[in-house]
Write a protein that binds this ligand. Sequence first.
Ligand code: ADP
Length: 607
Amino acid sequence: MSMRGGPRGGKYLSEEEKQNAPKITKDLLIRVFSYLKPYWKQMLLVFAAIIVSSILSIYPSILTGRIIDEGLIGRNLNLLIKLILISLGVTLGSNLIGVLESYLNTWIAQHITFDMRNQMYQHLQQMSHRFFTTSSQGDIITRMTSDIDGVRQIITNTFRSILSNSITLVVAVVAMFQKNVILAIVGIVIVPLFTIPTRSAGKTRWSLTNEAQACNDEINGILNETLSVSGQLLVKLFGMEKYEYEKYRTVNEKMVNLNVREAMAGRWFMVVISTISSIGPMLMYLIGGILMMKYDHDLSVGDISVLVTLLGRMYGPVNQLLNIQVDWIRSMAMFTRIFDYFDLSIEIKNKENALIPETAEGDVTFDHVWFQYDEDKMILKDISFELKSGNSIAIVGPSGSGKSTTVNLIPRLYDVTKGSVRFDGHDVRDLDLAWLRDNIGIVTQETYLFNGTIRENLLYAKPDATQEEIEAACRKANIHDFIVSQEKGYDTPVGNRGLKLSGGEKQRISIARILLKDPYVMIFDEATASLDSISEKAIQDAIDPLIDDRTSILIAHRLSTILHADEILVIKDGEIVERGTHKELVNAGGVYTELYNTQFKIPEIEK
Ligand code: ADP
C-alpha cells in the first residue's frame, strides 16, 4: 500500500505533513550530508554515471532525425544501417552505465543506512529504563525500520531523481533549441501545461489512497488486537468471535470497494493522460507543418520527428521534478525524525574514569535517598538502610508504596533525586555501570524470556556455562525436574515471551538464570498474583534457602520469606515507617501488624 501512496509515498503532502514540515536549515543539511561524506568517492562516480547515461539516453532521439532525413528520405541504406547500429549501441551503452550506477547507488544507500541503523541501535541501548517505559514501542520500531528505510529511498530515489531528471531535461531542451527555436519554445510552453492535469488527476487518486491507507491501518489494528495471544484469549472467553468477525468483514469489504475505485481512478487517469499527451506531438506536427508549408522554413521531416520524440522525453522528468519538492520535504522530515532520536540525551551514563573495584563484597547502603519519576510527585522520601554482605532485608508494604522503585535504584535503572545509593561504600554513580550491573541480579515480577529454548534463555546469564552448572542452578531453583520431564528437556522452546510456560515455571527459570549469573547481591521482586499455591510453594522452596547464604533484598509478600530475612523494612507512601524483625513488629500495632493480619497470616493458615 505504501508503495502506491500512503502518507509517505504520495505526490502530495498531507495536512499533517505540511504542519510538521521541518525547517530546512544549514545545520540540518550539513548533518544530512555528513552521512554521505564517507562515500564521496563512490558518489562522484555515481554522478558521473548519471550524467553520461542521461546524455546517452537522449542521443538516440536526436539520431532519429538523421535516420529519417539522411537514411530514409536520402535513400542511403549504408548510412541508415550505420545510424541504426550507433543508436542501438548508444542505448545499450547507456543501459549498461545505468546498471553500474544502480549498483553503486544501492551500495551507497545500503551502507549509509547500515551505519545509521547500527548507530541508532547502539544509541537506543544506552537509553534509560525511563525512555522505554515512556515511549511507545511502535514508535521506536518505526524509527529503526521504516524511517531509516525512508532515508535509503531518499538516497536511491530523490537525490538520483533530481540529478538525472535535471540533466535529461537540460539536454533535451538544448537539443530542441538547436533543431528549431520556435518549436522548442512551443515545447517548453506546452509541457508544463500537460503536467497540470496529471497533478489534479493524481489528487483524486491520492485521496482514495489515503482512505485505503486508513482502512488498512484499521484492519491491521483489528488483526493485531484480536489475533494476539491475549487478545484472542479475551475474544474466546467472552464469546466475541462472531462480533469480531463481523467487524473485520465490514472493514474488509470497505477495503475491497476502495481498492476497486482506486484501481479504476488510475485507469481513467491513464485514458486522460494518454489522450492529452498525444495532443502535444500533434501540436508540434501542426506548427511544424505550418512552418514548413506556409513559411518555407528549412525544417526537415526528421527535425520534426526529433522534436516530437524529445517532447515525449520531457514529460517524465518535468513531472518528477515538479514533485521533487514534496519528496524533498518528506525526506528532510525523515532525517529530522531520526536525528530527534540521536539527540535524545543519555540519562544514565557511565562516569568518566568510573571505578572498577577488584573485588565486591555486596554491601548496599541507602543514605537519605529521595526519588521522583516526575517533577510533581516525590515517590521515595528519605529512605536510609544498610544491607551488610551476607545479610538479607525484606521490604514489605502496600502496593504502590515504592518497593520496586527502591530496588531499581541499586543497578541504576534510575538515579536518585537526592541522597545516595552506595555499593561497597562507593556511590553507584561513581562505579562502572557494567561492573555494577554484573554484581547485582534482579528477579522481577514480570519475568521475561526470549523466544528460544530453555537452555538459550539460561545461557543469557552466562554464555559459557557448562551443562553441570546449568543443571545445578536449575536444581537450586527447583525447576530441573520439570525441565527434564519435558520431551525435549533443556531444548524445549519457551514460546513467544515464554508464554508456553506457566507463570511459576517462568519465575523459577528466571531464578535459575540469576543463579547462573551468580551476582553478589540478589534482589527478588516476589510475584504474588497469578500463582497457585503449588507453584508458590515451589518458588518459595527455591528462594528461601538462597536468602540464608546470599546477600539479598526481597520484596516479600509471604510470611516464610519475611521470616528468613534479617531485617524487615516497612514502606508506606515512600517512607520507611517501621523496621525490625518479625517478632518486634508483629505485635507493635502499626502498618506491619495490619499487613500481617490482612496479607501474610491468612494464606499461611490456609496452607
Ligand atoms: P510497589 O513496588 O511498592 O508496588 P512501585 O515502586 O512500583 O510500588 O511504585 C511506586 C509509585 O511510583 C506508584 O505510585 C507508581 O504509580 C509510581 N511509578 C512506578 N513506576 C513509575 C514510572 N515508570 N513512572 C512514573 N511513576 C511510576
